[in-house]
Design a protein around this ligand. Sequence first.
Ligand SMILES: [Zn+2]
Length: 202
Amino acid sequence: MTGRLELIVGPMRSNKTAELLRRVEIRRQYAKQHVLLLKPSADTKAAAGVVESRNTNGCGKMEAIEFPFVDPWSAMPILTATEQNIGKRLECVAIDEGQFVQDLFLFTKRLLESGHDVMVSGLELDFRGLPFGEMLQLSWLVRTFAGNLTELVAYCSCGAKALYPQRFIDGKPASYGSPVIMAGDNYEPRCAEHFVLPGRPH
Ligand SMILES: [Zn+2]
């Protein structure tokens, strides 16, 4: 039997990570399931780490396995070892910050096909308003593997629903040409009217 995909999407400050951690917690606590929590990192080796939500209510942090964002497959031996350890298949694999994960579509598909439920949270759009990584592709897996999609909402300071992650570099709106992944940037959720993107071609 194949697993099901729970996809959690929304802009910054929509509590995606908090929602992911909540679901991990209730599976562990009430359903007595084994859930492996994975987190992409810029490190080149898989290692222990922590997933932390910016929301201070609810489960704020949780231990996670960090894997290089360019190679989610490197987490597979940890999954296999855990399953040998507990003597059965893990019920669920949870992935935070899915937008950073290369090969996310295939990796998730492989987990579903091998009978694991998968939960993925992440951003669908980057600071340019373009599809971020492979997050949008995962909706095909939701339909095909009978999963579900949760769209969390964040608000612009004007009160309208925020669609875009407004990025700031040194306090100024980031230009279209700035690198997609860079340290020291800041974000806030903005509606279409208040989203500013200097240098956008269209
Ligand atoms: Zn606004």
